[in-house]
Write a new protein. Structure first.
Length: 170
């Protein structure tokens, strides 16, 4: 796992967001990763299922990773850019300082992002979602493929129609 945390320099107790990539192959036995992979495959439309199975099973030349990020919604654009830049720097640092055996597991070729979104009323794909984070829309626009499904209800009586967009990027 490679990641970065967005916090103030003066006080590391104030965290505004984080970004991380978790290798799907080396963490495949984790119950959480297994559940996320199963969810992605179960909800995947038939036309993308072969590609999705390849990405999630790790049968690729370079490993795939789940790309997780969360932050305060009102974080300024400039700070969001820094968060992404820092994640890339952290990933480069991890590859540079890894043992020869570990380097391959850190050289990602594909990323799977589970992006929170709301229905935009379209007929499917990236255009039918209103993303919680603006950068997820950019990722979706430039992705290999995207599909969206209804997110499970978090609480009984929850009326919010939260959806999840699966964004597969190379």
């Amino acid at each position: 796992m490679v990641g970065t945390v967005l916090s103030t320099d003066q006080d590391d107790d104030n965290v505004f967001g984080f970004a991380s990539v978790v290798n799907l192959t080396t963490n495949s036995s984790s119950p959480c990763i297994e559940a996320l992979k199963k969810l992605c495959l179960d909800k995947c439309p038939q036309q993308h299922k072969p590609e999705m199975e390849t990405v999630l099973t790790g049968k690729t030349k370079r490993p795939a990773g789940f790309f997780f990020q969360e932050r305060m919604v009102n974080v300024p654009l400039e700070i969001t850019e820094v968060l992404h830049q820092q994640l890339v720097l952290d990933m480069d640092h991890a590859v540079k300082n890894a043992s020869d055996d570990d380097k391959k597991s850190l050289d990602f070729g594909a990323f799977v992002r589970l992006a929170p979104c709301y229905s935009g009323g379209g007929t499917g794909g990236a255009n039918s979602a209103i993303y919680k984070y603006f950068d997820d829309e950019i990722f979706a626009t430039n992705a290999e493929f995207v599909y969206t499904f209804d997110a499970p209800k978090m609480f009984e009586g929850d009326e919010e129609d939260l959806m999840c967009s699966v964004i597969v990027m190379t």
